[in-house]
Write a protein that binds this ligand. Structure first.
Ligand code: NAP
Ligand code: MG
Length: 397
């Protein structure tokens, strides 16, 4: 008998990952689960037809149902505009959904003993959370043509505050950045909640020795929210929160064995998430979940639509595209649905599915990208379908 479930939002996408999406559902999900989804087609042609309304509706569905799973989607640029004859350069769906949910993105590598991280000591995954608002991503910048005085001016209800930045004797550059307390608070809550859910320590890093007011504010908000809202729950779970300077954090991360959540400011997260995913071995093994402070979850793979493989697929060639991160997006969403509803059968299926994927890789069957990273005589490269069939056999066993 198939496992029953309450609905989740299903956001379909583009290119090779759209092909994977259907194959994963047919081979690994539908035979076992009576899939109950609200389907939103975020494929670029349908986004264009609907004037991108479908993306907004999908975000609303995630808020209503609390759980969504998303396929990778094309973020259009000039070349895509031509390729798809678009009416407009639609915004990145991920940016639209993140803004609608006020969410934080957590990225976690899928770890198998077959793929050795570049950092020898890492045996558990490191989850990285990036504050995706403000700082240099919303900066205003100026070239200073020649001598003059630069000042920071704030005009509020209580009048004007003014501070000298620098008196230039020659030309130079200037930048103004900001952040909002409510955004930092949402970020902090998402991080504390997520670490609790995983049962892992939370680290937060910034540079408050140099940036006493700006980064100091981040540190204070995290500390206050920890003390007033999360300390008791953390202690009960036996996990901890700690703040450290970004440079100290980098050194500790490298020396660590993994197994924690690392919260970062916007720029640090931009840079460090690429470092972490590369050091763990493969972008195709990186999962991503968007978490809102109200407790809504959207799961996806961290990689894109794998365009180069798609063009080969269109020419009729068999491809060896790695479906693992997309499978884990589904298992993540099904497990969360199970947890929220007390649907143990569904959560157990998600565990079994992940185990079947890992066992298949441990057994030596994998896609070409992983085979290239693995040593061992017994490694067998499979095309995508062959790999999915091998997982299915483990799942049935
Ligand atoms: P990509 O799709 O992540 O692929 C870059 C390269 O990484 C691929 O060509 C492939 O290398 C390798 N790769 C990534 N995922 C793989 C997988 N599952 N299996 C095997 N190899 C994999 O990034 P992109 O080519 O820069 O972007 C393509 C499109 O995706 C763009 O239109 C972009 O807007 C979109 N995108 C969407 C998201 C999202 O929806 N979250 C994120 C990023 C990018 P080889 O070709 O060498 O095999
Ligand atoms: Mg980056």
């Amino acid at each position: 008998m198939k496992i029953k479930m309450n609905p989740i939002a299903e956001l379909d996408g583009d290119e090779m990952t759209r092909i994977l999406w259907r194959q994963i559902k047919e081979t690994l999900l539908e035979p076992f689960v009576e899939l109950n989804t609200e389907y939103y087609d975020l494929g670029l042609p349908h986004r264009d037809e609907t004037g991108d309304k479908v993306t907004v509706e999908a975000a609303e569905a995630i808020r209503r149902l609390h759980v969504g799973v998303k396929c990778a989607t094309i973020t259009p640029n000039a070349q895509r505009m031509e390729e798809y004859k678009l009416h407009s350069l639609w915004k990145s769906p991920n940016a639209t959904i993140r803004a609608a949910l006020d969410g934080t993105v957590f990225r976690t590598p899928i770890v198998t003993s077959r793929i050795k991280p570049y950092v020898r000591g890492w045996v558990k995954p490191i989850t990285i959370a990036r504050h995706a608002y403000g700082d240099i991503y919303k900066a205003v910048e100026m070239k200073v043509p020649g001598p003059g005085k630069a000042e920071l001016v704030f005009t509020g209800e209580g009048g004007e505050q003014r501070q000298e930045i620098f008196t230039f004797k020659g030309s130079g550059i200037l930048q103004g950045i900001h952040n909002r307390d409510d955004s930092i608070e949402s970020f902090a809550r998402a991080c504390f909640g997520y670490a609790l859910g995983r049962g892992e320590d939370l680290w937060f890093s910034a540079k408050d020795t140099i940036s006493k007011v700006y980064d100091g504010n981040f540190r204070e908000i995290f500390q206050r929210i920890y003390e007033t809202e999360y300390r008791a729950a953390f202690e009960e779970k036996g996990i901890s929160y700690f703040y450290t300077l970004i440079d100290d954090a980098v050194a500790r991360v490298i020396r660590s064995e993994g197994g924690f959540v690392w919260a970062t400011k916007n720029y640090d997260g931009d840079v460090m998430s690429d470092m972490i995913s590369t050091a763990f071995g493969s972008l195709a093994m990186m999962t991503s979940v968007l978490v809102s402070p109200e407790g809504n979850y959207e799961y996806e793979a961290a990689h894109g639509t794998v365009t180069r493989h798609y063009y080969r697929h269109l020419k009729g060639e068999k491809t060896s595209t790695n479906p693992v991160a997309t499978i884990f997006a589904w298992s993540g969403a099904l497990r969360k649905r199970g947890e929220l509803d007390g649907n143990e059968a569904l959560a157990a299926f998600a565990d079994k599915l992940e185990k079947a994927v890992l066992d298949t890789i441990e057994g030596g069957v994998m896609t070409a990208d992983l085979a290239a990273l693995c040593q061992g005589e017994d490694v067998r490269r499979a095309d995508t379908e062959g790999f999915l069939r091998a997982i299915r056999m483990k799942l049935e066993a």
